[in-house]
Design a protein around this ligand. Structure first.
Ligand code: NAP
Length: 248
């Protein structure tokens, strides 16, 4: 029996990287997947076909998670086309790194908007559907940087720490309606983006991790499958570090 059979999921920012891994793992576990992207239209269309070939319903939507109205419209469309929403994965995120001395107001605001405001937009948009269903699982993609902080990432760390406070509050507000809200804090995850980094530097990072390797999108996706499935029915308000032991 597939762990997510018959469930409908929204995954934001799934045209590449971790979000794509989550969309694929969800489809492999039987979930229908509505996913969003910002500008990677071709990659999104390819993923839509790949997901459909796994025998589930899948659709790509171009939608800016940072925009309140777009999030509302997205959820309306998904409700029409998929009938219900069982899982929301707020995965879309960006970085605009700099030391505070050089960080512009625009770069601070943008990161907060895309990473943090987006989860307000999306959670508010799915709330009514999940309340009516009296069930739902919300999974917010934070980072070990939100737990620990990181020099050169004050904007990103603030957004990711904010996600944790938001998520715990929603767990408290909506728990009585069987709506769960949890956070995943990935460590160093190797994606197309990190392929471009200097191999020696990356190897140094790997050796500093207790499990001696970077994580893969599948490592994060597996944790999302668990949190999205009924296997985690009694888990809410938690932060799960998926980091190879990095913060230990
Ligand atoms: N990679 C890591 O090591 C790591 C570690 C900890 C946490 N995380 C978190 O995990 C999440 C995914 O990271 P990643 O490395 O997979 O990122 P990525 O490869 O840069 O992919 C980001 C995804 O988000 C989409 N996106 C960006 N802005 C958006 C917006 N305003 N509205 C909707 N979608 C938007 C992008 O769409 P387009 O392709 O159209 O631009 C893309 O699909 C992020 O929240 C990140 O902070 C990553």
């Amino acid at each position: 029996m597939k762990l997510l059979a018959g469930k409908n999921a929204i995954v934001t920012g799934a045209s590449r990287g971790i979000g794509k891994g989550i969309a694929l793992a969800f489809a492999q576990q039987g979930a229908n997947v509505a996913f969003t992207y910002s500008s990677s239209k071709q990659a999104a269309e390819e993923l839509e076909k790949e997901l459909q070939s796994l025998g589930v319903k899948a659709k790509a939507y171009q939608s800016n998670a940072a925009n309140f109205e777009e999030a509302q419209k997205l959820v309306e469309q998904v409700n029409e086309e998929f009938d219900s929403i069982d899982i929301l994965v707020n995965n879309a995120g960006i970085t605009k790194d700099n030391l505070l001395m050089r960080m512009s107001e625009a770069d601070f605001d943008k990161v907060i908007e895309v990473n943090l405001k987006s989860i307000f937009n999306m959670t508010k948009a799915v709330q009514r559907t999940m309340l009516k269903q009296r069930k739902g699982s919300i999974i917010n993609m934070s980072s070990v940087v939100g737990v620990k902080g990181n020099a050169g990432q004050a904007n990103y760390a603030a957004s990711k720490a904010g996600m944790i406070g938001f998520s715990k509050s929603i767990a408290l507000e909506l728990g009585s309606r069987n709506i769960r809200s949890n956070v995943i804090a990935p460590g160093f995850i190797e994606t197309e983006m990190t392929d471009k980094l200097d191999e020696k530097t990356v190897e140094g990072w790997r050796q500093a991790i207790p499990l001696k390797r970077g994580g893969s999108p599948e490592d994060i996706a597996n944790a999302c499958v668990f949190l999205g499935s009924d296997m985690s029915a009694y888990i809410t308000g938690q932060v799960i570090n998926v980091d190879g032991g990095m913060l230990t």
